[in-house]
Design a protein around this ligand. Structure first.
Ligand SMILES: *Cc1c(COP(=O)(O)O)cnc(C)c1O
Length: 376
């Protein structure tokens, strides 16, 4: 059996090596290392794939969130509502910009923002909502957009984990996650569903006026070179990464289908076990399984982790400490939070390997060992 990895970027690369190598060589020959044709081509291909008017490439997914909040004109003291159960990047940029993070609950089945908790957290100072499509499952965007409209709030979708996920509205129409809110952000970190061979990110919007502000913000606040109108930053996707991403974008649907197959194998193996809760898929979306995350009931998670490690099976706990318990926010004078579902999940989740190169032998080995430990 091939060694099991959390993400097998090496095998995936080998399968497309010729095409990737040629694309990189083309960039090297062009010497247009920054903002070259490869970047423009990729941005256009991604906008077509996602069916969104504007794609603004940038340096990483954290910058994408920061640039989105800057371009929307959020001001110190403005409240931004995010789930506590997410990666730190989502809430860190809120703090970095002097905005006030407000943490809300997630649904225990989908791990995504709970609309009732969102509604209860809105105050006159709320300016924006940042739903996170966690693990590759879409947040309930129809309800979130409805709540945002009622209160005149911006919605910034953190789509770093769900690129390619389809969201269905009640009227039967569909959109890709990241293109539903006023602005969406994503990351091309190597382990993401659409991963580069270095850092990368993008900002998505159908609002052309906002797109101009986003572009300027990502580029030192200028639209004409050396004429700086607003405070910006320097955040670019390099041409080598764009060239790699163009090759991989063509295969994104295929990659996401492979992840779904892995998830289906896990679902089947764990079905009916009363100590394992498999991830739920809401009827409004198709999961792209950036992670395959179980909730364990009455299982010694540390013990399982140790057993998996002994068996050379990697695993992760995403995330061991939720936002509202991170020391970084101690100085923000946040209220004492009581987020029971988030705390409950934090103690029980475990993510198993899921990537595009897994085979049946690896899958049955993993499920066999997990069940062996849990069933005793
Ligand atoms: C990966 C990730 C980010 C940040 O992306 P980087 O490219 O690593 O900066 C933001 N939000 C979520 C939910 C992520 O998973």
């Amino acid at each position: 059996m091939r060694p099991i990895q959390m993400v097998d970027t090496k095998q995936q690369y080998l399968a497309i090596k010729e095409e990737v190598d040629a694309a990189i060589q083309e960039v090297l020959d062009s010497t247009a290392y920054i903002n070259g044709k490869a970047v423009q081509d990729f941005a256009l291909q991604l906008s077509e794939y996602l069916n969104v008017r504007n794609v603004i490439p940038c340096a990483n997914g954290t910058d994408a969130l920061q640039i989105a909040m800057m371009a929307l004109g959020l001001k110190p003291g403005d409240e931004v509502i995010t789930p506590s159960f997410t990666y730190i990047a989502t809430t860190e940029v809120v703090a970095l910009l002097g905005l006030k993070p407000v943490f809300v609950e997630v649904d225990p089945g989908t791990f995504c923002m709970d609309p009732a908790s969102l509604r209860a957290a809105i105050t006159p100072r709320t300016r924006a909502i940042v739903p996170v499509h966690l693990y590759g499952h879409a947040a309930p965007m129809q309800e979130i957009m409805q709540i945002a409209a009622e209160h005149g709030l911006y919605v910034i979708e953190d789509n770093a984990q769900a690129i390619g996920c389809n969201y269905s509205f009640q009227d039967g129409s569909t959109k890709k996650t990241g293109t539903i809110g006023h602005v969406g952000t994503t990351s091309f970190y190597p382990s993401k569903n659409l991963g580069a061979y270095g850092d990368g990110g993008a900002i998505l919007t159908n609002d052309d006026e906002l797109a101009l502000k986003l572009r300027m913000t990502a580029n030192h606040g200028q639209r004409k070179k050396y004429y700086h109108e607003i405070v910006g930053c320097n955040s670019r996707l390099d041409s080598v990464q764009a060239a790699v991403l163009s090759v991989k974008l063509k295969r994104l649907d295929e990659y996401n289908a492979a992840r779904r197959q892995v998830a289906a194998a896990y679902d089947t193996a764990f079905a009916g076990n009363n100590r394992i809760i498999t991830p739920k898929v809401a009827p409004y979306c198709d999961h792209v399984y950036h992670q395959y995350t179980l909730v364990l009931e009455g299982v010694d998670r540390d013990g399982l982790g140790q057993y998996l490690t002994e068996n050379k099976i990697p695993f992760m706990v995403y995330y061991p400490v939720p936002g509202h318990r991170q020391p970084v926010f101690d100085s923000f004078g946040l209220p004492p939070y009581d987020l029971k579902t988030t705390d409950w999940l934090t103690e029980r989740v475990i993510s198993l390997p899921v990537h595009t190169e897994m085979d049946n032998e690896q899958l049955s080995f993993i499920t066999g060992r997990v069940l062996n430990f849990i069933n005793g």
